[in-house]
Design a protein around this ligand. Structure first.
Ligand code: AP5
Ligand code: MG
Ligand code: ZN
Length: 215
């Protein structure tokens, strides 16, 4: 199954994508995580992406698209994948669609995680992300067992550089302008499914699976 997670920054795409990936045994591919891993490793790509990420802007398509297409062409993606944070522009969606078509393939579902901007601003301030394995926590809703330490790998769980309130507001603005139009793009193709982002994290997987199994 090939799934796209849509939704505003902080809607809970990553949280859900990781649960879906685990449930179906398919890779969870987040372009944001790929950029952050590159930054941590000090690559040129990471340093270039950081300029845009820290400003709350999108990383240009010429950097983003190739990375994603290379990733989904890897061996572990043959049985499907969950894309989290890609596509983010109509152009990215069109390129992905065209590339998949070349190999007689397509996306099965685009899931829109719907949450209000107010809820998002509150969520971001409490988010903590592992610098080693990208596992995501929330100080109130999904805390680590030990403060600041990742449960999964023992790495450091910290606030993301782009989670400062001003940057979050800019990311939301960019989302509404450039990414929200994708909801219609996938609705027109008949593969859009909506899930409420406001339920508890515990119920998040059940809600998505229900939607996916209904077809
Ligand atoms: P990216 O890393 O994708 O960030 P984002 O889209 O802004 O989304 P987030 O990761 O912030 O939120 P999320 O929806 O994953 O929410 P989460 O599950 O963590 O991208 C970062 C940057 O990289 C972009 O701004 C851009 O610059 C660049 N970039 C990446 N992809 C790109 C592309 N394709 N093109 C161009 N540029 C690109 O949840 C948020 C918090 O809420 C967590 O703490 C979580 O524990 C908590 N939470 C989740 N669900 C619930 C719930 N139901 N109840 C209570 N708390 C919850
Ligand atoms: Mg995320
Ligand atoms: Zn970790």
């Amino acid at each position: 199954m090939k799934i796209i997670m849509l939704g505003a920054p902080g809607a809970g795409k990553g949280t859900r994508a990781s649960l879906i990936a685990e449930h179906y045994g398919i890779p969870h591919i987040s372009t944001g995580d790929i950029f952050r891993a590159n930054l941590k490793a000090g690559t040129e790509l990471g340093l270039e992406a950081k300029k845009y990420m820290d400003a709350g802007e999108l990383v240009p398509d010429n950097l983003t698209v190739k990375i994603l297409l290379d990733r989904v062409a890897q061996e572990d993606c043959t049985g499907g994948y969950v894309l989290d944070g890609f596509p983010r522009t109509i152009n990215q969606a069109e390129v992905l669609e065209a590339e998949l078509k070349k190999i007689n393939d397509k996306i099965d579902f685009a899931i829109d995680v719907d949450v209000s901007d107010e809820v998002i601003e509150a969520r971001m301030a409490g988010r903590r992300v592992c610098t080693k394995c990208s596992a995501t926590y929330h100080i109130e809703y999904a805390p680590t067992k030990e403060e600041g330490i990742c449960d999964k790998c023992g790495g450091e769980a910290v606030l993301r550089a782009d989670d400062a309130p001003e940057t979050v507001r800019q990311r939301l603005k960019v989302y509404h302008e450039q990414t929200q139009p994708l909801i219609n793009f996938y609705k027109e193709r008949g593969i859009l499914r909506m899930v409420a982002g406001s339920g508890s994290i515990e119920d998040a997987l059940t809600a998505v699976i229900e939607v996916l199994e209904q077809g």
